[in-house]
Design a protein around this ligand. Structure first.
Ligand code: COA
Length: 172
């Protein structure tokens, strides 16, 4: 799948993107700690782990891992993951949107999010959902600014222990 916005191209992840994705992941240390914990996985989040993750996503037809590139230069500036049909909520989910720290605050996240909403709308879904981990205040501001509203509270197993998650929804 490929999504195009004014400045971005979102296209399938391939194994040769791994080094650039590692740069994106390492540029956001606070998100890395929150998302993967401070333990073994954060330490191990290197090329081999990412390659394994990409391969396992390939095996799941409901998962759509994407890289985010600037259209003008083809520079890889982020990555994302969409879930076609969340098994519990029965609507599509944004599993991940992460941009390189150097690119934050330029409106690129907003463009990608609008493309996700258009994709979900065109697929016939009634809503798009995602989860924001407790502690990720900037992501909460980002998504709610785009019109997402809290609809549920859940807990997920993070490496550091159970972590609270707010489920946000944008009706379509
Ligand atoms: C969250 C993220 C995708 C936002 O992308 P971005 O390109 O930086 O955001 P934008 O420039 O499009 O901002 C859109 C709006 O979101 C809000 N926003 C974005 N970043 C913010 C921040 N750090 N603090 C407060 N508000 C913020 C603002 O309201 C902004 O509108 P404005 O530009 O009119 O002020 C990006 O910062 C990121 O990759 N963060 C690390 C990973 C992460 O937390 N992902 C989300 C997981 S749920």
């Amino acid at each position: 799948m490929r999504l195009t916005t004014e400045r971005l191209e979102l296209e399938p992840i391939t194994a040769d993107c791994v080094d650039d994705i590692v740069s994106v992941v390492r540029s956001n240390p606070a998100f890395l700690m929150l998302h993967h914990g401070s333990g073994e996985r954060a330490q191990l989040l290197d090329r081999e782990v990412l390659k394994r993750d990409i391969a396992s996503a390939d095996a799941d037809p409901d998962l759509i891992p994407l890289v985010v590139r600037l259209r003008e230069t083809r520079e890889l500036v982020g990555w994302a993951e969409l879930l076609v049909d969340h098994p519990r909520d029965r609507v599509p989910w944004v599993g991940l949107l992460e941009l390189h720290a150097d690119q934050h605050g330029r409106g690129l996240g907003r463009e990608a999010a609008q493309a996700f909403l258009d994709w979900a709308r065109h697929s016939g879904a009634t809503a798009l959902r995602l989860g924001v981990d407790d502690g990720n205040h900037s992501a909460m501001v980002f998504w709610t600014d785009l019109g997402f509203v809290p609809v549920d509270r859940r807990t997920r197993a993070a490496p550091s222990g159970p972590l609270g998650v707010t489920v946000l929804e944008h009706a379509l």
